[in-house]
Write a protein that binds this ligand. Sequence first.
Ligand SMILES: Cc1cc2nc3c(=O)[nH]c(=O)nc-3n(C[C@H](O)[C@H](O)[C@H](O)COP(=O)(O)OP(=O)(O)OC[C@H]3O[C@@H](n4cnc5c(N)ncnc54)[C@H](O)[C@@H]3O)c2cc1C
Length: 354
Amino acid sequence: MNLQYDVSLKPYNTLSLDVKAAYFVCINDLYDLDAVRKFCLDQKCPWLLIGGGSNLVLTQDFEGLVMFMSMNQVFWPVEAASTEPMDHFTVIVQAGYDWDLLVAESLLRGASGLENLSLIPGQVGAAPVQNIGAYGVELKDTLESVEVFDFDTGKAFTLAAVDCEFGYRDSIFKRHQCWIITQIQLRLSLNHKPQVGYGIIADTIKVLSGEVAAKASPQQVRDAVIHIRSAKLPDPKDIPNVGSFFKNPIVSDSKMKTLARQWPGLVAYAIGSNEHKLAAAWLIDQLGWKGFVQGEVGVHEHQALVLVGSGVATGKEILDLAQRIKADVAENFGVMLEVEPRLFNGRGEFYLEL
Ligand SMILES: Cc1cc2nc3c(=O)[nH]c(=O)nc-3n(C[C@H](O)[C@H](O)[C@H](O)COP(=O)(O)OP(=O)(O)OC[C@H]3O[C@@H](n4cnc5c(N)ncnc54)[C@H](O)[C@@H]3O)c2cc1C
């Protein structure tokens, strides 16, 4: 393993937070993981795995070892020998592969299932961690299994998708931080059925290609998603950010009705018979935060859910702003927002208290 010392993590996180790692290493294979594990045990130092760095906030120099996941091979199926028509195939992808590149390549190979998840930044290995989702599709819809390296025991094992405890931006991997995902297996469809339940997707397909949504090709869906996302989400290369900073809160039926009486126009989606998901962006927007700027941090001018940094902002400044927004929403709506990105101090993960 190629150990480096005192490495700036600024290029490794999309908020461009300039903290240092005492030790830094790129993981190219399972041998590297083994060697790094032994090093951390010997040195008794904390460790942190970074992928694309698009879903984390680093608040301090990291006292231990930071690993950057560089295992990035993809194994497409070889041409089927059978003359029987196939309705799907599986692809095996290592954790360090770029997520959006995988989406693009899957469409070029005639497979569908990932197109709604186009343009989500980050690596393949992080996708199961928060069960990435967008426009009515989540990773769990195509995932078959995950290869895991347990950093505590040094053992590798396979976890089937049904055992990953997937939920809204949630999975078992958030509860087992010593589990490193090294590879995933996806089942992609060769019989395309467009997922175009979101009105904005159908409308954009019509505008861009003239096609009715129900007949749209996977590439037309991808084009629409890219068009929508590029218009409403800041590119971290231009404006440092980690996408949505808060999850959409889930409330009971009675709470939603009480709020709807007080706040006409409340944006809520029924999930199941007795619960509703509230649009966190709408709540924050009502309180006037959109476009707010203070020092080196702010709220994006077009998207109230996205906190932005100047490029020289600190993680603490970002979290102070998040805390003010969270307190304001709690006071006015009686709703507790949950932070979506993962938060790290000098020794490991922590959680934002109000
Ligand atoms: C502009 C923008 C838009 C976004 N839009 C969406 C969206 O629509 N939907 C959505 O769900 N998310 C979205 N995100 C969030 C983010 O892109 C995803 O969560 C993505 O999966 C994070 O990948 P990453 O490689 O950058 O993870 P990182 O930020 O590097 O890591 C995130 C967490 O996962 C852990 N981790 C990383 N790799 C592994 C691994 N191999 N094994 C185990 N743990 C690992 C890290 O330790 C960390 O705790 C957006 C972010 C941005 C900046």
